[in-house]
Design a protein around this ligand. Structure first.
Ligand code: PLP
Length: 389
């Protein structure tokens, strides 16, 4: 367990101490929309409530409620997914990712993971005694994956390539050309592709389009992860899923292994699975509202970075994260720790996500309301000016 870390929660311990001293904190650290001014669509709440009143409170189907699985399949097909070989629902995409990696890897195997990365993956990989093998995301190239670095890292124990698109923590969306090259690499080396697309409906700019890698590589085994935590504003319900596409021969035994794990843990939260179909097929009008709010908050963030010394930022195009670089003499963990102690603004240090050696970053969650964000940015600017005169 020494190697299992989750920086986002670790720093919260310092924050709790500061809060206990009576300070009001500004939280720009956790990707939970419901902690801010985002509310679960009522028709989803009604569906879950009705399921509870109807006593759907026992265990559910291990792989997912059939009507929910059908809704996920129909949506995937509408979005151009072909050769769907399996769909499974778990308690959050986090569990689905955990089970998918557990069934895939022997100790000593490795998965190509991005750096910076959403740290769930390295925590699970550490638990499985997988070897770390991180490829660089290139800040100089709008945080697109460094494909040469990716290919260089493939070895005889590499089993899969993970791409998080849209990305946490950078907010990048990958171009079709990049995805085609990743697919080509997976094809040449016989690797599974893991595509985390939990932010696919939160693209903020009209000139950017999200492409699912599964749709351009129907001949390859691909697991695409998604769920209701982000775009459907229900992270506490713990519902996520995987869609497995590609050749049946490559996926059959592997999926059976995943299903064995899922049967052993019985099921995802049963009543909440009744909200999946209404989420995917019911009114979607919360989505433009969410994107409009996020766009304004993103713009505020970009403007702040532009006018603040020691800060540079590749503008995020999706999700609700920014990953500015700080040109500072001290480690970024010291920076964010001092920031929360002195100015009561909570960010997460870049080293918690991985970053190019010598660079320093922090992850900002720009979900908070504009007045909170403005106040937080003012304090960070003040802090930087006072500290690095
Ligand atoms: N994948 C990414 C990229 C995330 O950012 C998150 C949560 O922040 C998750 C997966 C996990 O989401 P959940 O387990 O709530 O579905």
């Amino acid at each position: 367990m020494v190697n299992v870390r989750y920086a986002i929660r670790d720093l919260a311990v310092v924050a709790e101490e500061v809060a206990r001293q009576g300070h009001k904190l500004l939280y720009l650290n956790i990707g939970d929309p419901n902690k801010y001014d985002f509310v679960t669509p009522p028709h989803m709440v009604e569906a879950a409530h009705r399921a509870m009143l109807d006593n759907r409170n026992g265990y559910g189907d291990s792989l997912g409620l059939p009507e929910a699985v059908k809704a996920i399949r129909d949506q995937a097909e509408r979005n151009g997914f072909q050769n769907i070989q399996g769909i499974y629902v778990g308690y959050g995409s986090g569990e689905v990712i955990d089970s998918s990696l557990t069934a895939l890897l022997n100790p000593g195997d490795n998965v190509l993971t991005p750096s910076p990365e959403y740290p769930l993956y390295s925590a699970v990989l550490a638990k499985l005694n997988a070897e770390p093998n991180a490829y660089a995301l290139d800040e100089e190239n709008d945080w697109q994956p460094d494909l040469e670095d990716m290919e260089r890292r493939i070895n005889s124990r590499t089993r899969a390539i993970l791409i998080i698109n849209p990305n946490n923590p950078t907010g990048a969306v990958y171009s079709r050309q990049t995805l085609e090259r990743v697919a080509d690499m997976a094809r040449r080396h016989g690797l599974l592709i893991l595509a985390d697309e939990i932010y696919d409906k939160l693209v903020l700019d009209d000139d950017v389009q999200h492409t699912s890698i599964a749709t351009i590589a129907p001949d390859l085994p691909v697991l695409t992860f998604n769920g209701i935590s982000k775009a459907y504003l229900a992270p506490g319900w713990r519902i996520g899923w995987a869609v497995a596409t590609g050749p049946q021969a490559a996926l059959h035994d592997y999926l059976e292994a995943v299903y064995r794990l899922l049967r052993a843990r019985l099921s995802a939260p049963h009543p909440f699975m009744y909200a999946i179909k209404p989420a995917l097929e019911g009114p979607q009008d919360h989505l433009p509202e969410v994107r409009t709010k996020l766009r304004r908050r993103r713009d505020l963030t970009v403007e702040w970075a532009k006018r603040t010394p020691h800060v540079s930022l590749v503008a995020p195009r999706a999700a609700f994260y920014a990953f500015p670089q700080f040109d500072i003499p001290e480690p970024d963990l010291d920076f964010v720790t001092a920031l929360v102690r002195e100015k009561h603004v909570l960010l997460v240090h870049g080293s918690g996500f991985g970053q190019k050696p010598g660079t320093k970053h922090a992850r900002i969650v720009y979900l908070p309301q504009e007045d909170v964000l403005k106040a937080a940015y003012e304090r960070i600017t003040e802090f930087v000016q006072e500290r690095y005169k």
